[in-house]
Design a protein around this ligand. Structure first.
Ligand code: PLP
Length: 378
């Protein structure tokens, strides 16, 4: 079905931060398949974990335990902020938000959610209800009632919107699809304090910011904030479909058998990929390296684009970066011009070119990305 506005490009293989098309031409990947392939394409450790597992056991369902799911869930808890210790596995970011939505309602018995302007939480009905963009929602009404959106980055706005019917506050630590918007320092910490004071749950959607993308394993760790519930997906298994809802034991206890579930979730193969991904994230120090590479990328972007009349703002955290353009130049056009130079990047909201390469991208390739962008901004 015609649901994607695709680039005219057919990819047949990848290695690290490089991709090749069906005529053998090489492209630099500044996208990572929507911030998913954080360890790079065809990472040898992830590939070998998948190969080994697929031959041993592919699927058993959650009617029984499987050893790899246990190992992966344990590893995931150890990578999460301390206090988050119960895991529900699913298959995508939208599903992680759906699961957290049900959990928040079940835990509190309340229906109202305070979310943010420009937020993106997924395309299924619950996740879509939490999402901001009217264009995504309008044709599919009615959605879940009770979601209020307040300005992003202003904790006082959140405080004002919370009432006795509020179950949870829903926040992305950095808005990804919403245009790579980084909130002011201290925002998450303030939101945490407000949620404690008002006794509502804090749900962080780290689907895009998680797994090292912003320079920490999870973006909330920049401010030492621990949410009640965290939603994870995208890079969790370096390209295989895995999502997770991780919460405190107290919140998780609201769910009992039958409250939620999934046939495929937590399957041995995707869990083997997830386990290998988390191990390599840790051993390779990739979160810290992403922080350093991100600073280098932004400083190079400033060097080449500051003063350019078509560029409005350069912003980001770690390797989640955006270059907002002035209204007279369309971000999609700029991305098409970058593609002509064999660099893959995509537009997001606020007329912004998003740069989210694999965290393993080398310095020369970062320079190539910035040069392609420079050449495309006219
Ligand atoms: C991509 C994304 C989602 C949705 O994930 P899917 O796997 O596409 O369902 C949810 N929240 C955030 C913050 C995202 O970036």
């Amino acid at each position: 079905m015609n649901t994607y506005n695709r680039f005219p490009l057919c990819i047949t293989r990848g290695k690290g931060a490089r991709l090749w098309n069906d005529s053998g031409e090489m492209f630099v990947d500044a996208f990572a398949g929507v911030a998913v392939v954080n360890l790079g394409h065809s990472h040898p450790k992830v590939v070998s974990a998948i190969k080994k597992q697929v031959a041993l056991l592919t699927h058993v369902s959650n009617w029984v335990y499987n050893d790899v799911q246990n190992a992966f869930a344990e590893k995931l808890v150890s990578a999460c902020p301390r206090g988050l210790e119960k895991v529900f596995l699913c298959n995508s970011g939208a599903e992680a938000n759906e699961g957290a939505f049900k959990l928040a309602r079940k835990k509190t018995g309340k229906k109202k959610i305070v979310a943010c302007v420009d937020a993106f939480h997924g395309r299924t009905f619950g996740a879509l209800s939490l999402t901001w963009k009217q264009r995504y929602k309008e044709p599919f009404q009615p959605l879940a009632p009770g979601v209020a959106h307040v300005a992003y980055g202003d904790a006082e706005e959140i405080r004002k919107e919370i009432d006795n019917e509020t179950a949870a506050v829903w926040v992305e630590p950095v808005l990804g699809e919403g245009g790579v918007l980084v909130p002011p320092d201290g925002f998450l910490k303030q939101v945490r304090e407000i949620c404690d004071e008002k006794e509502v749950l804090l749900v962080l959607d780290e689907v895009q910011t998680g797994i090292g993308r912003t320079g920490k394993m999870f973006a909330c760790q920049h401010e030492g904030v621990v949410p009640d519930v965290i939603c994870i997906a995208k890079a969790l298994a370096n390209g295989l479909p895995v999502g997770a809802v991780v919460s405190t034991e107290e919140t998780a206890n609201a769910f009992g058998p039958g409250d939620h579930g999934s046939t495929f979730a937590g399957g041995p193969v995707v869990c083997a990929a997830g386990l290998a991904t988390l191990n390599e994230m840790e051993h390779g120090g990739w979160a810290r390296k992403a922080g350093e590479a991100g600073e280098a990328m932004r400083s190079k972007l400033h060097k080449t684009l500051d003063g350019n009349k078509a560029v409005r703002e350069i912003r980001g955290l770690g390797l989640l970066n955006g270059v907002e353009l002035e209204q007279n130049l369309d971000a999609r056009t700029v991305c098409e011009r970058m593609l002509e130079q064999h660099v893959i990047a995509t537009p997001v909201s606020h007329n912004t070119v998003r740069l989210t390469p694999p965290l393993v991208i080398s310095k020369p390739l970062v320079e190539k990305v910035v040069e392609a962008l420079e050449n495309a901004v006219y």
